[in-house]
Write a protein that binds this ligand. Structure first.
Ligand code: PBG
Ligand code: ZN
Length: 328
């Protein structure tokens, strides 16, 4: 009785209305966080060649760019900063500059959009002369504890500027504990601490590094970012960050790591954000440009897969295109 011809599964998807009834709803735009690149100065809107539809924006231009995005119901941004000219050094000191592009953009955005959830990426690679996410120790490794100290200073500078939350992406051991302690010491008890807990060393960051000018000049990040060949240790990363006081976890990239999104969301009751990274965005653009697939339909399918796996929010460059993707 439990098989064909008595059972016909096609009944459950016969018409569009029936499919709507039994299918998942589209994720709400409130679940989307838009990652954006802020640059110093005014009136700057520079297209990023490797990421169609994305721009490097000065704060005033970001305010304009956000208007239609916020109008669609997207409520959050994740800010990435950049340092231009001299000043990049061994430790990434300009990352904590109170007059840096991110620190200056926060109050500008706050004034224009009082309810916007402003999150910031906390890392050093766009501010170190060598492009790594921390300074070197005498052996030439990336110095974990020195990086943590610096990351804590950067996080505090973002909180001082008025960020709702800080998101450290350097994958240093103890970075969550160090930042939580520093925020508490400085009186920032309300600042969300969102851990890039399970971030893999991935080829999918290529377009981003082009946008941010943050590729390491020598070596790679395999010494600190998680290995896709060792998912057990990757899961311990998220356990550690829960213990250290993270308010939310993250899996990054998303699409090649759907199994990890599912596993992390089963292990922990914290929110599990998925970072749908630059390569995942640009790959679909490239394929659509070649005529291999439809741009927005493919984006939609990929975003559903991320939520199906158990992500509770998604950080995605598709956020400004929510309407095209989900309400075509
Ligand atoms: C910086 C950082 C990276 C991304 C987010 N924060 C690059 C990297 O680790 O090399 C990647 C984001 C993307 O590809 O969209 N640590
Ligand atoms: Zn980094």
């Amino acid at each position: 009785m439990d098989s064909y011809p008595e059972v016909r599964l096609r009944r459950l998807r016969r018409t569009a209305a029936i499919r709507d009834m039994f299918g998942m709803d589209a994720p709400s735009p409130a679940k989307f966080i838009w990652p954006v690149f802020v640059v110093p100065g005014e009136g700057r809107r520079e297209a990023i060649a490797s990421m169609p539809g994305q721009f490097r924006l000065s704060a005033d231009e970001l305010v304009k760019e956000l208007e239609p995005v916020v109008a669609q119901g997207v409520k959050s941004v994740l800010l990435f900063g950049q340092h231009e000219g001299d000043g990049k050094d061994e430790c990434g000191t300009p990352a904590a500059d109170p007059h840096g592009a991110v620190q200056r953009a926060i109050p500008v955005l706050r004034r224009a959009y009082p309810d916007l959830v402003i999150l910031t990426d906390v890392c050093l690679c766009a501010y170190t002369a060598h492009g790594h996410c921390g300074p070197h120790d005498p052996d030439g490794d990336i110095d974990n504890d020195a990086a943590c100290e610096m990351l804590a200073r950067v996080a505090v500078s973002h909180a001082q500027a008025g960020a709702d939350g800080v998101a450290p992406s350097a994958m240093m051991d103890g970075q969550i504990a160090a930042i939580r302690r520093a925020l508490d010491d400085e009186g920032f008890k309300k600042t969300l601490l969102i851990s890039y807990s399970t971030k893999f060393a991935s080829q999918m960051y290529g377009p981003f590094r082009d946008a941010e000018n943050s590729a390491p000049s020598q070596g790679d990040r395999q010494g600190y970012q998680a290995s896709y060949r060792d998912p057990r240790t990757a899961l311990r990363e998220s356990d550690f960050d829960v213990a250290e006081g993270a308010d939310a976890l993250m899996v990054k990239p998303a699409l090649f790591y759907l199994d990890l999104i599912q596993e992390v969301s089963r292990r922990s009751l914290l929110p599990v954000m998925a970072y749908n990274v630059s390569g995942e965005y640009s790959m679909i653009h490239a394929a659509a440009e070649k005529g291999y697939c439809d741009l927005y339909a493919t984006a939609r399918e990929s975003l559903y897969s991320i939520f199906r796996a158990g992500a509770t929010q998604v950080i995605s460059y598709w956020a400004p295109f929510y309407k095209e993707i989900f309400r075509p």
